[in-house]
Design a binder for this molecule. Structure first.
Ligand code: SF4
Length: 389
């Protein structure tokens, strides 16, 4: 008998078949020349998880809830059918078992959070959907969500890959997205376009290594991190630029002739920043301290020297060109259309299933439906052109 559970289970049980159908559809579109992979645009969209914001708990609370859930499962299973109809009893058993499974999954998820390097104090897992993560929402505020990554072929707006991740930002999502495109179409896109949320030096280098033309806005970091002192009321004569770098000794000389030795490096967005520091004793005795580093009480003055990889410099240069800027201008229209359709037309603003795997399938259903809709539109357009007026 077909009921709501049959349909609901069907939707999330046949991932191999669904993935196969998605890839077959792409194959047909490709054969028709409707997908070229000349230019692919990737974008991420947050879709709410089936979990309440107040369902996040620490491990101790979940362990306690699990004990109670196990007791409830035992109690429900011990109930005789006379106490309720058979159907009702089965529904109660199913609900109690599902709650126990969700709590067990929630406890396991703390191991994953450790790998994600979450601050111990911040580690909380949802008892409704353990794999959901609290993410910043486009309209403001935070909510339990998943990050849906969609790659769209620019020629006709066909979605060529979809993936769901737990990361709250898009920073490391471009390479996995390209992997999915290659897996689906056995071909590498020639050019890929993203917004600035994907840009990092690792991504720029990776795209270069994969021989993919990468188009995205490049944040100008020049001047950033030269020295945090320059914005703290330091006299112009003691700004970082007044400190002289000596490459041979890898150190700086300050305007008073004292040495700032190499202290360490920091990874920045697109650069590596090397930090140099004067001796505390030198600065304490310096008559110009009030103009150079007035706030320093326990350490000497520091300056930073930034270096940029050749690949990043080349990317930065490219993104200043008119051609690259013109390509980037069409990004939003192509990349954001499927996201908008899925949320506005298909009303997928919140997943109706729980867990990364099932949520991934729900997103895939939506993208498959979207592609079929695009395909029908393209077929109608073709037919209209062929038909005599
Ligand atoms: S405060 Fe320190 S770094 Fe600044 S000028 Fe004096 S000695 Fe040099």
């Amino acid at each position: 008998m077909i009921n709501a559970h049959t349909l609901s289970d069907f939707r999330v049980k046949h991932d191999t078949a669904l993935n196969g159908l998605f890839v077959q559809t792409l194959g047909l579109l490709s054969v028709d020349g409707l997908i070229t992979l000349e230019r692919v645009m990737q974008d991420g969209t947050k879709i709410r998880a089936k979990a309440a914001a107040d369902s996040f708990r620490r491990p101790q609370r979940i362990e306690q809830a699990l004990k109670e859930a196990k007791a409830q499962v035992a109690a429900v299973e011990a109930m005789s059918e006379e106490e309720g109809s058979r159907r009702m009893a089965k529904a109660r058993q199913r609900a109690a078992r599902e709650r126990q499974e969700r709590l067990e999954q929630a406890l396991k998820e703390f191991e994953q959070l450790k790998k994600e390097d979450k601050d111990k104090e911040q580690r909380r897992v949802s008892t409704s959907d353990a794999e959901a993560r609290v993410m910043k929402q486009p309209g403001g505020g935070y909510a339990p969500s998943y990050n849906v990554q969609i790659d769209t072929d620019a020629k006709n707006g066909v979605v060529v890959a979809v993936g769901v991740v737990q990361a709250g930002n898009d920073f490391e999502q471009l390479e996995p997205g390209i992997d999915r495109v290659e897996h689906n179409l056995k071909e590498t896109p020639k050019e890929v376009v993203t917004d600035g949320g994907y840009v990092s030096k690792d991504t720029i280098v990776a795209m270069k290594e994969r021989a993919i033309e990468y188009i995205a806005p490049c944040v100008d970091e020049a001047g950033k991190g030269q020295s945090s002192y320059d914005n703290r009321g330091v006299s112009a004569e003691y700004h970082s630029l007044r400190f002289i770098y000596d490459a041979q000794s890898n150190s700086y000389l300050c305007p008073q002739g004292k040495t700032l030795s190499y202290e360490g490096k920091e990874q920045r967005h697109l650069q590596v920043s090397y930090r140099y520091r004067a001796k505390r004793s030198d600065c304490e005795r310096c008559p110009m301290k009030s103009q150079c580093c007035p706030g320093n009480r326990v350490v000497g003055r520091s300056v930073h020297r930034s270096e940029e990889l050749a690949e990043v410099a080349e990317f930065r240069h490219k993104m200043k060109s008119e051609g690259a800027r013109a390509i980037y201008k069409i990004r939003a229209q192509v990349a954001e259309t499927p996201n908008l359709w899925i949320k506005e037309k298909f009303k997928l603003r919140q997943f109706s299933v729980r867990g990364l795997a099932k949520v991934g399938m729900e997103a895939l259903w939506a993208c498959l439906t979207y592609n079929i809709r695009v395909w029908m539109r393209l077929c109608w357009r073709k037919a209209a052109v062929v038909q005599p007026a």
